[in-house]
Ligand binder design. Structure first.
Ligand code: ADE
Length: 281
């Protein structure tokens, strides 16, 4: 899989791409990341890439011409992996007003042979470039970063690890979110650390009991931390019965009760997060 990244700060990508799993994936040829410096497409003497917003206001806006020229040049490039007849890759703008990025979107993007990621800077990107050349807009969360670079790295990381051969297939299938539940707690040696013991069932050698304990821990943790996820999780009758012992109320079909109410009542943390979560279902 090939990622083309359009940025004013290509140097920001050096660290994340030259360590650990991404480094190995690149070395093994499973993924490639091609960085494009938007400034190289500015044509004036000062290589200007931003300008003041029409109508006034704080900050600077990314100028349309260099960014559009860069996107068009990248779309015109092919490589041995994608070939001349490859379909046009999606052009994705990283922006805080984009669609919330989720594991589901990561899995969807991992099926594309190539992605073009555009990193916004300054106060934003001229709206006409968005209308003309951007296919999709993604946000990695409800906070504002100094630019789209870190967000693009998050997307590359989350997508790359789903590309076959980048990590162990079993880990990808077992992890949080892939089946709608959070992970169970993990322990390793020593069996007692600073007076804290590993749950005895994990050292009991009873595989069936370990599996049941882990399943219940996942259910308990999801109910406590992300009850909104339970509405879309794949649950057995035994799962539901266990959740009920923890105070879970079965969501009414078609209703707005997705279990969130329980956690909201308990921790008073209804900050609107649920709205973003519901949108991606
Ligand atoms: N650029 C600035 N903030 C961002 C965010 N939260 N997600 C994606 N791109 C961004």
């Amino acid at each position: 899989m090939r990622f083309d990244v359009l940025t004013l700060f290509p140097g920001m990508f050096t660290g994340p791409l030259s360590e650990s799993i991404l480094k190995r994936a690149i070395q093994a040829g499973r993924i490639s990341v091609v960085l494009h410096d938007i400034r190289a497409y500015a044509t004036d003497r000062h290589r200007t890439t931003d300008d003041a917003p029409y109508g006034g206001g704080a900050g600077m806006v990314m100028k349309p011409e260099p960014l559009a020229a860069c996107i068009r040049a990248v779309l015109a490039m092919t490589d041995n992996d994608t070939g001349e007849s490859a379909p046009k890759p999606p052009v994705i703008l990283m922006t805080p007003d984009g669609e919330p990025f989720t594991q589901r979107i990561a899995a969807e993007l991992a099926t594309c042979p190539r992605l073009v990621l555009v990193c916004g800077r300054y106060e934003g990107v001229d709206e006409r470039v968005r209308a003309a050349l951007i296919d999709r807009e993604l946000s990695i969360g409800d906070y504002v970063l100094t630019g789209g670079e870190l967000a693009a790295m998050v997307v590359i990381d989350a997508v790359a690890r789903l590309v076959p051969g980048v990590i162990d297939a079993e880990s990808a299938a077992e992890e949080s979110f892939s089946d709608g539940l959070l992970e169970y707690p993990q322990y390793t040696r020593p069996a007692v650390w600073e007076g804290r013991e590993v749950p005895p069932v994990l050292v009991s050698g009873h595989h069936g009991e370990v599996a049941q304990w882990r399943r219940r821990e996942r259910l308990r943790r999801t109910l406590e931390r992300r009850p909104d996820l339970l509405a879309r999780a794949v649950l057995t009758d035994a799962d539901r019965a266990y959740l009920r012992t923890l105070g879970w109320r079965v969501p009414v079909a078609g209703g707005a009760d997705d279990g969130t109410r329980i956690a909201t009542d308990r921790d008073g943390a209804d900050d609107g997060t649920r709205i973003a979560t519901d949108r991606d279902g």
